[in-house]
Design a protein around this ligand. Structure first.
Ligand SMILES: [Zn+2]
Length: 420
């Protein structure tokens, strides 16, 4: 199993990058010359720029800067610079530390961890902060709060009082947000949201099966997770007659959909569709071709829902749901961006869904999310223009994390099977 995983990873990530090994960094600044900067603010690309990185931050971006003599220089001629990417839905406890090098070499410099063992995640987070481990910025929720369930990493809250207690305790231990899950009862959900609002902690919501998306948003959900949960909550709304996706479409598409999405916009509720996770599920595990075709049709509805949501102005973020199954940390974020473009995003909008949108959502837009002077230097250097073709975000030459040039080739070699 482990061998197969390694081989799988090798096959998937093998063709990416293949640049020369970055030079050792001296005490001086890191400078990328003659590069096209796609800053993710939405501005047109700036060609032939020199980007100076000092003390972990972007010190200058200009076309007329003289390169300091003590600088480590990367020639960016013919290359493109985008901000480091965020995966807004991942699970480190399940993916284990194997995820870190994969994320970094695929340009993912930030992750929102959506549930797992807090102590474990915090241990890794500390190693990253100390510089003993190379990894992304992590925001995390610790355990998932849910109704009756046996799922791992879920803490069961049976009633409003237990929910209030759990939210207070988690806030006290310092989690960044609360994650709510599917089996929670309506009254418990609303009590939890009220408490979270009172004490000022954001809540990410995997829709409970008895709460509609509109209700969840009105109650203050900061983000909603997985596009198929919009369909599932619509099934609750429609009732027992809802047997197939087409039965619930009337309450989430057309004018009804517009009303739901207007509510999201009004409340600034973000959506993280994780389209790639749904797709991977049916591609890998479908042995019954009729079933596979059916699920492909459902995915078509998902894409159209994302299109409608995006047109309505709902802020949408990229997340892969990497964990311990068939999703590959880092790699699959690029697949999610491609699916966004399939759903009608421009490549710039897809990049923004993994950069400026997450930074704004996390209230970190002053230090992350774009390429601007003063921000933390999380950068991805590409060999081809991602605005021309979103798949070019995979053509990674180099990654800079917190101003540190990461030896991408060295990371990659750890995944090369010596016997292959
Ligand atoms: Zn998840």
């Amino acid at each position: 199993m482990r061998w197969r995983f390694i081989l799988f990873v090798f096959l998937v990530i093998g063709p990416i990058g293949c640049g020369e090994r970055p030079r050792e960094q001296t005490g001086g600044p890191l400078v990328i010359t003659h590069v096209t900067v796609i800053d993710a603010t939405g501005k047109a690309p700036a060609r032939n720029m020199t980007v100076v990185i000092r003390d972990g931050h972007i010190a200058a971006i200009d076309s007329t800067i003289e390169v300091p003599t003590n600088a480590t220089v990367i020639d960016g001629t013919g290359k493109f610079l985008i901000p480091g990417l965020w995966d807004m839905h991942g699970h480190f406890t399940d993916a284990t530390e194997a995820a870190f090098p994969l994320l970094i070499e695929n340009g993912v410099t930030g992750v929102r961890d959506m549930g797992g063992e807090l102590a474990k995640v915090d241990g890794w987070r500390k190693e990253i902060a100390d510089g003993t481990r190379i990894g992304p910025h992590i925001v995390r929720c610790g355990p998932i709060l849910d109704g009756p369930t046996e799922s791992k990493h879920h803490v069961v809250v049976n009633n409003p009082a237990e929910a209030v207690h759990a939210v207070d305790s988690l806030k006290q231990v310092g989690v960044d947000f609360i994650k709510v899950h599917r089996n929670m009862s309506r009254e418990t959900y609303f009590a939890l949201m009220e408490e979270a609002r009172k004490i000022g902690i954001p809540v990410a919501v995997h829709l409970p099966s008895t709460v509609t998306a509109q209700e969840a948003s009105q109650a203050g959900a900061k983000s909603l997770e997985h596009i198929e949960m919009l369909v599932a909550s619509a099934a609750y709304q429609v009732g027992p007659s809802a047997k197939r996706v087409v039965d619930v479409l009337p309450v989430i598409t057309g004018a009804a959909g517009d009303s739901i999405f207007a509510t999201f916009v009004k409340n600034n509720t973000y959506y993280v569709p994780t389209l790639v996770a749904y797709e991977r599920g049916f591609v890998l595990w479908g042995s019954d071709t009729t079933k596979v075709a059916g699920r492909a049709r459902v995915q078509g509805h998902h894409l159209r829902l994302v299109t409608a949501m995006h047109r309505a102005g709902v802020p949408i973020m990229a997340g892969s749901d990497f964990s311990d199954w068939a999703l590959v940390a880092g790699v699959d974020l690029h697949n999610e961006l491609a699916l966004f473009v399939e759903a009608g995003f421009t490549p710039m909008e897809a990049i923004q869904a993994a950069t400026i949108k997450p930074a704004t959502f996390l209230e970190m837009q002053d230090s992350l999310g774009t390429i601007e002077v003063g921000k933390i230097a999380d950068l991805v250097l590409l060999d081809a223009d991602p605005l021309e073709d979103i798949s070019h975000t995979r053509k990674i030459r180099a990654v800079v994390v917190g101003g540190r040039m990461v030896p991408v080739m060295e990371l990659r070699s750890r995944f090369t099977d010596p016997h292959s």
